[in-house]
Design a protein around this ligand. Sequence first.
Ligand code: HEM
Ligand SMILES: CCOC(=O)c1cnc2ccccc2c1N
Length: 287
Amino acid sequence: GVHVAEKEAKRDYQEVYNAIATKIRDEDEYDNYIGYGPVLVRLAWHSSGTFDRNDNSGGSFGGTYRFKKEMNDPSNKGLQNAFDFLRPIHEQFPWISSGDLYTLGGVTAVQEMMGPKIPWRSGRVDQPENTVPDNGRLPDASQGASYVRNLFDRLGFGDRETVALIGAHALGKTHYENSGYEGPWGPSPNVFTNDFFVNLLNAHWTLNTNKKGVKQWDNDQGHMMLPTDMALVKDPKYRKLVEEYAKDQDVFFRDFSKAFAKLLENNIKFPDQNKPHYFKTLDEQDL
Ligand code: HEM
Ligand SMILES: CCOC(=O)c1cnc2ccccc2c1N
């Protein structure tokens, strides 16, 4: 009847964005006052990064992270914090699909941390448990450049997109209990900048084996880098891109926005009339 039509018409994704953004702003004490932004970005990435272009499996469409097989993938340790953060949002807006919610969470987080605008399309549809992709599709941080290049090739990305995407490591931190890496957060853990690239090039890095026997790079200001982070300055083709992004934050923002939007839409054919949403930040709405 007309009410259903009315409810359908009320599908306002800016309202969902505002609810997520307000909750990020309010719950600022999480993870030593870093806040929920970084872990929400990581959930959006991990729920999309299962894509394999060789058989068109995985990706964000089915919202399969909600099933324990995927949630308990060792690569996803720590992301329950993002899932628990989004649960009340999903109760407030039960009409949004899980895939749309997980990806919108990452878009909201990037924009509210003063990052670039990320165009985002709605329309993912929850799929059943038997569509959960296998564990082990997300990258292993102990590897080098050729591994990184192969993994991102499987995701359908070239060098420029790969380096831009990993620039998200300016955000948040590693957590011993999640990945076995431990490092204090970087210079701007909850503000989206090109610091990751600047630090990679300018700091003096030494390779250490931490208490868990895991190798990581540490510098004299107490920041850390993963082996896969450091691969970006060891590989000459990646290094050129790191230098470009360290020099020009606007170019990094432009390339990150395109690559992140593509990552979140991997393996999904949206109908053409389904135009991307461009969301306003809370500040732009004087909220
Ligand atoms: C070679 C590719 C990558 C590897 C090996 C990798 C690995 C990791 C590891 C080990 C952590 C620490 C997790 C923890 O201990 O809590 C982490 C955190 C993070 N990753 Fe990546 N990552 C990669 C690419 C990406 C991409 C493409 C994005 C987003 C576009 C991303 C966003 C993040 C964020 C925001 C955090 C911080 C999370 C938090 O503070 O809770 N990463 N990553
Ligand atoms: C700007 C200096 O580099 C960093 O601060 C840095 C480097 N790698 C990371 C890898 C995963 C998660 C957080 C990361 C991080 N915060």
